[in-house]
Design a protein around this ligand. Sequence first.
Ligand SMILES: *Cc1c(COP(=O)(O)O)cnc(C)c1O
Length: 392
Amino acid sequence: MTFEEIKRLDEQYVMHSYSRFPVAIDHGKGATLWDVDGNEYIDFTSGIGVASLGHADEGWQKAVADQAGRLAHISNLFYTEPYAKAAQQLCLRTGMANVMFANSGAEANEAMIKLARKWSFDKYGKGRGTVITLWNSFHGRTITTLAATGQDKFHNYFFPFTEGFRYAHANDIESVEAVAGHDVCAVMLELVQGEGGVLPLEQEFVQKTADLCAKRDWLLLIDEVQTGVGRTGTLFAFQQYGIQPDAVSFAKGIAGGLPFGGVMAGGTCKDVFTPGVHGTTFGGNPIAAAAACHVLERLDDSLLAQVVEKGAYLRAQVEELNLPCLGRTRGLGLMIGVEVKPGWTNGALAAKLIENGLLVLTAGPGLRFLPPLTITQEEMDKGLAVLRSVLA
Ligand SMILES: *Cc1c(COP(=O)(O)O)cnc(C)c1O
């Protein structure tokens, strides 16, 4: 089908819940993509941080195809090897105790919130279900995770939202203390606010929050849906912050392109979910779990070190270009935010870059780059060349 044919079908039969860029992607290899007309693009998005090993990676394809040829689905009524192995790998590499799988980031966070509330209920009884989150955070699109999201623009239309969330300011421990109360069971944070604009939290604030959690017997919940799975240069971002959270959610990059996610629990809450308390039909699906095992195996120390190097390279190059519309960069590893200067809008710049062969994302008022962790030097340089020629 041609682009116009696809677009016509989509407009007629698909709910208009996305404003899509005028491109229909057909296939990819690594960090390079081709549209249905054969135009080439460099991918600084990895499908919003999902295609962690790039597109059509051979090892990943084999892991997925082999599992698809054995068993695609059987449900959580039975044991499967990929589920158990993916959980084991996550725990061995993070110091967490155990894992429950889901299919997406919002579901992973929903499970993490349920875990915290039940932990508190088991220990203290009713009336202690409030979770403190941060202004400018993003935790998902279900009714509960929208309520957890500290951005007013997401608290619309779908009333009534789930109760039990209060918001504090990032990097301001006093504002966390100001919303404390006897009804609180947990604090939930992204260590680098992703959708909010790629804003890394300060180490000192995170440490003080962890101390406050310990003092008040609150759980520390870390939303690593975007920062996890190697994105920031360590397997999880919390490993760079010197903390050991009570629970960590993950999704996006974990299965390299398939819907997968979950929540890891630390020793404090590893026994909170007992049979029948929480569940899912698809969560832990063997194909996605086999893909996750493969992604985790590939994310060894050498690949993680490369994520740090590539991130530093991309940021230095973008700053050196000194483009009139772009300001400073920020982020961790290959999670990069670029300031857009007053007078320009990030959406318009992204559209222009995409039109000219570089896929980028926006976040907050800036641009955001989340390239595949396996992006090559040549692909990075091709992407930078598009930036230079289009935005100079
Ligand atoms: C993307 C994202 C989510 C939501 O994930 P979905 O898979 O879209 O449900 C939650 N939290 C963070 C930090 C995210 O970046």
